[in-house]
Structure formats: structure tokens, C-alpha cells
Write a protein that binds this ligand. Structure first.
Ligand code: BES
Ligand code: MN
Ligand code: ZN
Length: 517
């Protein structure tokens, strides 16, 4: 299920004297300004780069590129000149690494070179830039083709189908000033990229192959990295009183699982942890309040929140983060059957609050209600962030590139906004307010699971807030728009984006690894 190690891009850092691969990317900043090595190649090729730039009216704007085939006087087949624009930031360098791999990959070569003869930009030194380029390259080097068989790819007669062996690139040599330093800086990014790939694979996987039980098996693989993993089964969940979570899975032939992942990397193993909670609905048919047929297949990705938590725990463990962090995911399948929960049913959550289920398609909040409560009860976390593909309404509000951020704590919200700016995983703060709580008051139970037509993402967040204990700093990220069927970009080429792993890794690194409370 996880990608084989061989699917990963082999990234090698080498000095400028190292032999070039036949496919070679050079960088040019605004106005086609070249670094020392690129300028040297230009000279040796009789100003081939500058002549080609002029002919193509190429100005080296960020991410634009031109290709020079069989350049004279050089021992390479092709030079790709990639524009870096002006004043590139860490995020820009990452995107540029992705743009380089995108340009190379379309040319069916196995090995390529990237010449990073760059000057420092902002607070980024050349070795840090080389590492960020490598990060973007690794993030870009992703595809989900495990179900394309060789036979089908060549014999089905359709031209628009990508053959299984299309991605041929396997090695990228990054030529830079201080390869040892760049390699050391890249180790951090490699861990994060691996976490992103883990999350993408989970989201892309179809639900017949990835039910709650299989999901839990994937989580157990984190043990190899030193993460403590516990899997709670139906009988455990019943004992805990998770009537809200269990009512979602009761219509499915497959049982529920709650997975608890602990990474204790802080100096004091007893320091209160930070907590991450994810919605893991492996398939959301809507239940008795069934969804329309069109687009229902996308609901295999309704576990994007849980996938992000697993990917994040992978990243934190692989890079040995100096923090105590716990990840909790609720994995269930929302199906239609004679045993399915009905509209009008009233269930009792672990918190003791009763919930009137008025729409069985508002199931994510029912799962999170119990997992959030359990996380607080057991771990008394310093703060808690949940992620969920929770509402279609968040896409009506914010589109496909912003996740909705709801928080009862301004400091946590600001930390998330700063991490968002640094990583480019965009969030936009949305309101939590009494007025939304009014809409989910029920006559028959303590709360109802839908709030009516308006402000659907906000009533969903208010519902979750009912299960947040006094004094818990909490943030909820509604990632329905960003986790799946996502907008493709230089570093995210797949239906599943792995959204949130980079954001939360940065949140942890910048705010929770230095101090221990
Ligand atoms: N998983 C869906 C939300 C969703 C929709 C995610 C589209 C990704 C793409 C969620 O469980 C759901 O069905 N929400 C309902 C809530 C409604 C019944 C109050 C929705 O958004 O329509
Ligand atoms: Mn639903
Ligand atoms: Zn759902």
C-alpha cells in the first residue's frame, strides 16, 4: 500500500565539478542573470543560453522555462533554463524544485542534473536553497499508478491514458556549493516529504482496499519509526461510550477503528503533549440521507484529515522532532443498510451529551465528537488541532485553495496563520459564534447534527465546539476543498494533495519544539 522506496526520487547533492547528466537544468534569475557555473556553460556553448533566451523572449520570470537541445560545445543533450524571478523565498524555492522536476519528467529521462549556483536570497543561504529545491523536487515526484497494469496501459487503445511506466526520472543530482551542508538541511525536508506522500497514498487509495481495519494496519507501520501505536476496536469503543462515532459505522459491514499514535520526542517524556485529531471516514455514501450518484466516488477521500494526521506523525517521528505529540483518528465507513443509523435517532456521545441525528450525511462531526473528547480526557493536551473533510459548504465559502480555520484561541490561530504563510498551505479564519450554536440546539436532545441551510461550515464547527472542554486551546481545519480533488500546482500533482502535513509540521517546529510546558 505504501509506495515502494524505489518510487522515491533519489536526490544526490554534488559539487559543481561533478559530471553533468545528459538532461540538465540551470537557473536564471530575473533578466536572465546567471550564476557562475551557468555562465560558464553559456560561455562554452558560444553564448547558447543568452542567444536562446533572446530568441524566445525569455526573461527568467519565476517558473518559466526554455529548453536548448544539443547545445554546442557541451556534453549534455538538453539544457533546461528555469527562471527564478526576483527575491525568491523558501516557498518559492520549493515550488521551483517542483517546476524543475515537472519540466524534466515530461522528457522521459532517468537521471537529471540541477545546477544550483545561486546567491543567498533573504535569509536563505545557498545550501538552504539547494535543500528547499530538493524538497520541492521530491514533493513533485509523485504519482498514484499502482492500479494501472502494464497490459492495460498499452492494450486498451486509448491515447489519453497515462501508461504505468511514464515517470522515468529516478535520480536528481543537485550541484551546489556545499553539498554536505545541503544534504544535512535536506534530511529534515525528506522526512516531511515522506509524510506528505504517506498522506497522499492513503487518500488516493480506493475504499475497497482501505477500510478502517486496513487503515489501522497502515498506521501500525509508524511503529518502525518509534511511534507508539494503539488500535481501539469496536468493543473498546463501546466500553468508552463512543455512541456518536459508532452510530456512523453501524450500517457498514466493516467495523470501526480508532488509532492512537504517540511520539514522545521531548526531553521530558511526561510533558503534556500537543494533539492532532483526524476525520477518517473511509467512504461516505451519506448513509440513509444518501448522496447523489454523481461524484460519490470522491468520498473515498473523506479520510483526508486522518491521512494528514498519519503523515504528520510520520514526519515528526522521522525527523525526530523535539516534542510530545499525539495523533488520534476515527476510522469508520458511512453506509446504507438495515442496521444503519436513521434520521431522528438519538445517540449518546462519550461526553455524555445526547445528539439528535437529523441527517446521516453530517457524519464527520459525529466521529470527531467522540475522538476529540477522548483526546482531551486521556491526554489533557496543551492544544488540539483537528482536520476534517467536513463540509461542502467550506468550498462555497472559500473555494478549493483555502482551508477554513476555526479556533477558540487567538494565539493558536495566529501560529497557524504564520505556518500557513511560510508553507503556502493557505488557511482563512472563520467565525465561531453563539449565533451558530443556537442553530444546532435541539428540542429532543442536547444538540442536533445539522444547523439548516446557512453557514454550513460554521454550524459544523460550532457542533465540534460542544465537545471541546473548558480551557482547551483548539483549532479546527475544514479541508474538504484542499485535501482531495485538489488544485494541482508545482509541488502537488495528484488528486490527493497531502494537504496539512507541511502546515502542521511547521506549526510544531516554529512553536512547540523549543519550550516545554
Ligand atoms: N464528507 C462530506 C463533506 C464533503 C463534501 C467533503 C464534498 C468533500 C467534498 C460531509 O460528510 C458531508 O456530507 N457534509 C454535508 C453536511 C450536510 C449534510 C449538513 C454537506 O456538506 O453537504
Ligand atoms: Mn457526509
Ligand atoms: Zn463525510
Amino acid at each position: 500500500m505504501t509506495k515502494h522506496a524505489s518510487d522515491r526520487l533519489d536526490i544526490v547533492f554534488a559539487d559543481f565539478a561533478h559530471a553533468l547528466n545528459p538532461a540538465c537544468v540551470v537557473l536564471a534569475s530575473d533578466g536572465v542573470a546567471l550564476g557562475k557555473t551557468a555562465a560558464d556553460l553559456d560561455k562554452r556553448s558560444g553564448n547558447g543560453i543568452q542567444k536562446a533566451a533572446k530568441a524566445a523572449a525569455f526573461k527568467a520570470k519565476s517558473k518559466a522555462n526554455i529548453e536548448i537541445l544539443a547545445p554546442q560545445g557541451l556534453d549534455v543533450d538538453r539544457l533546461l533554463v528555469l527562471g527564478t524571478g526576483k527575491d525568491a523565498t523558501e516557498q518559492d524555492w520549493t515550488l521551483l524544485g517542483g517546476a524543475a522536476v515537472a519540466a524534466i519528467s515530461s522528457r522521459k529521462v532517468k537521471k537529471a542534473s540541477l545546477i544550483a549556483d545561486v546567491a543567498a536570497t533573504g535569509d536563505m543561504k545557498p545550501a538552504a536553497i539547494a535543500a528547499a529545491l530538493a524538497f520541492g523536487a521530491q514533493l513533485r515526484h509523485y504519482s498514484f499508478k499502482k492500479y494501472l497494469t502494464k497490459g492495460a496501459a498499452t492494450a486498451n487503445g486509448s491515447d489519453d491514458k497515462e501508461p504505468a511506466d511514464k515517470d522515468t526520472l529516478d535520480t536528481l543530482v543537485i550541484h551546489c556549493a556545499d553539498p554536505a551542508k545541503a544534504k544535512a538541511a535536506y534530511a529534515y525536508y525528506q522526512a516531511v516529504a515522506n509524510g506528505v506522500h504517506v498522506a497522499r497514498n492513503l487518500v488516493n487509495e480506493p475504499a475497497n482496499a482501505l477500510g478502517p481495519v486496513e487503515f489501522a494496519h497502515e498506521v501500525e507501520k509508524l511503529k518502525k519509526l518509534g511511534v507508539e501505536v494503539e488500535i481501539l476496536e469496536d468493543k473498546d469503543l463501546e466500553k468508552l461510550g463512543m455512541g456518536s462515532l459508532l452510530c456512523v459505522s453501524q450500517g457498514s459491514a466493516r467495523p470501526a477503528r480508532v488509532c492512537v499514535m504517540q511520539w514522545n520526542g521531548a526531553k521530558s517524556k511526561k510533558a503534556r503533549p500537543i494533539a492532532f485529531v483526524g476525520k477518517g471516514v473511509v467512504f461516505d455514501s451519506g448513509g440513509i440521507s444518501i448522496k447523489p450518484a454523481s461524484g460519490m466516488e470522491d468520498m473515498k477521500g473523506d479520510m483526508g484529515g486522518a491521512a494528514c494526521v498519519v503523515g504528520l506523525m510520520h514526519a515528526l517521528a522521522e525527523r525526530e522532532a523535539n516534542v510530545n505529540a499525539v495523533g488520534l483518528i476515527g476510522c469508520v465507513e458511512n453506509m446504507v443498510s438495515g442496521s444503519a443509523v436513521r434520521p431522528g435517532d438519538i445517540v449518546t456521545s462519550m461526553s455524555g451529551q445526547t445528539i439528535e441525528v437529523l441527517n446521516t450525511d453530517a457524519e464527520g462531526r459525529l466521529v470527531l465528537a467522540d475522538v476529540l473528547w477522548y483526546a482531551q480526557d486521556r491526554f489533557k493536551p496543551r492544544m488540539i488541532v483537528d482536520l476534517a473533510t467536513l463540509t461542502g459548504a467550506i468550498m462555497v465559502s472559500l473555494g478549493k485553495e483555502y482551508a477554513g480555520l476555526f479556533s477558540n484561541d487567538d494565539k493558536l490561530a495566529e501560529e497557524l496563520q504564520a505556518a500557513s504563510t511560510a508553507t503556502g498551505e493557505k488557511v482563512w479564519r472563520m467565525p465561531l459564534d453563539k449565533s451558530f450554536h443556537k442553530l444546532i440546539d435541539s428540542k429532543n436532545a442536547d444538540v442536533k447534527n445539522i444547523g439548516g441551510r446557512w453557514g454550513g461550515a460554521c454550524t459544523a464547527a460550532a457542533f465540534l465546539e460542544r465537545f471541546i472542554q473548558k480551557d482547551t486551546a483548539w483549532a479546527h481545519l475544514d479541508i474538504a476543498g484542499t485535501a482531495m480533488d485538489s488544485t494541482r500546482n508545482e509541488i502537488s500533482p495528484s488528486w490527493a494533495s497531502g494537504w496539512g502535513v507541511r502546515l502542521l509540521d511547521r506549526l510544531v517546529a516554529d512553536n512547540y519544539e523549543k519550550s516545554e510546558k
